[in-house]
Design a protein around this ligand. Sequence first.
Ligand code: FAD
Ligand code: SF4
Length: 512
Amino acid sequence: VRRLLPVLADQLTRQLPSLRGGRKDSDRILMMEVSEETTYVPHHRKKIAFLLSAMRHFAAELRADGWQVDYVTLDDPQNTGSFSGEVKRACDRLEPEEVHVTFPGEWRVLQAMRAWEVEAGCPVVIIEDDRFLCSRAEFADWAEGRKQLRMEYFYRDMRRRTGLLMEGDEPAGGRWNFDAENRKAADPDLFMPRPSRFEPDAVTRDVLDMVADRFPGGFGDLEPFWFAVTRDQAETAFEAFLDKALPSFGDYQDAMLQGQPFLYHAVVSPYLNAGLLDPLEMCRKAEAAYRSGHAPLNAVEGFIRQIIGWREYVRGIYWLKMPEYRERNALGANRNLPDFYWSGETDMACVAAAVRQTRREAYAHHIQRLMVTGNFALLAGVDPHQVHEWYLAVYADAFEWVELPNTLGMSQFADGGLLGSKPYAAGGNYIHRQSDYCTGCAYSVKRKTGEGACPFTPLYWHFLDRHRERLKGNMRLSQIYRTWDRMDAATREAYLETAQAYLDRIDAGRRV
Ligand code: FAD
Ligand code: SF4
């Protein structure tokens, strides 16, 4: 064997740089289902099943294409349980001249890869992952010398570089960003498209049985399992999104509705992150939907911004700042993550809906992640590392490069404002405005203090009050601090007491 080509679970594309440079006659692909990866956080069982099934389908596709693939299943008795152990075993068995592997999505795995050369006794070449539109080096260049990193400016550069939604040097429609039009509350009477569902085939069934067997008490429902597990299926799902949901994607991007876990979101992040879809191709198709008049600009611009803006930006931050980024805790938050993040057992209807849906689908849309579960953890002062591990575990799309900056930076402000300019903190009124959760809630969003008050509102003021020293200089919060200061002392006291009572209940493990 000339080269050994390990392919990881989030590298499932024939366009992978290490495969593009490979030769079918003399190279050997290695794919590994290893227990270290399935257990280092308690992953949702649907996430494990999705990735293993997508890997097995991809291996079959590669073989049909003429590649030789060594595939190690999770239940193989010889399986050592780690990438490093499996690469060493394959090197001993096949004696390749070199190992060629594509750059991983996680700092921890990169460290392991760097040790392979010594451990496996074979030269290892780590090839840059060009599935991203902005390389790590380009991001570092962009960030160099800037006092503040802001996604919006990065995004404009990416628009210019890709030419997406550009009219010459100008943005289509004369503006870069149409977010101001994207804050409609959803109406339960709207027609709601459903993401495409795929019946599990025999390969997926085998995986589901194995996961059920090996992770009996694991978090999350395994069935119904309807995720796409091949590139063809993922493309079908994305085409259906373009056709049915994209036109309304912008309008209802920030909306939440009871019983509607997906609204007009694409529900493609697991596919995109695993390598089943290509980001630039997706954006070109979305742009074509605008150019043909099928979808309005506010929708298409919003969608493209998430992918060439946010997605690339958080990856840039991750590689620029790891490993110290992971340890940050700018607000000194140290409360344990409440149990209801796992059980959904809470009287807060919005949180219960987000957690229960997460258990069922391994999916929640962005506003649920940011403004419900993320917001609550931020207001309650939960240790950001525990919050990070929760998000990494429970979502099918969670890989550390994308999850960590979103959680630690955007949602928990634990990076002190590197990623976002202000904390995404909000009281109950925000959730009430954007959703219909409050109508069915045991708490009253109208009640601000005392028994039965929506916990978000007093906790919001408690958060601002306790972090005043740190946040008072933030221009975007000055109006809010003025509102707080104008309240009479008794009102302020009532807010703080109510919030403290909720925090005490959480600490005592009592139901909130
Ligand atoms: P849509 O709303 O339809 O958006 C389209 C695509 O844009 C997504 O598929 C995704 O690829 C991309 N996108 C949108 N927002 C972001 C963002 N902030 N960062 C990166 N890409 C984005 N996304 C992940 O892919 N993996 C994660 O582990 C993850 N963890 C998150 C944790 C927190 C606390 C928060 C606030 C957000 C997180 N996100 C994560 C971002 C975002 O919530 C998801 O990408 C989105 O909900 C996926 O659903 P969708 O495909 O329906 O997205
Ligand atoms: Fe959530 Fe408060 Fe509304 Fe209940 S009242 S659903 S806790 S925002």
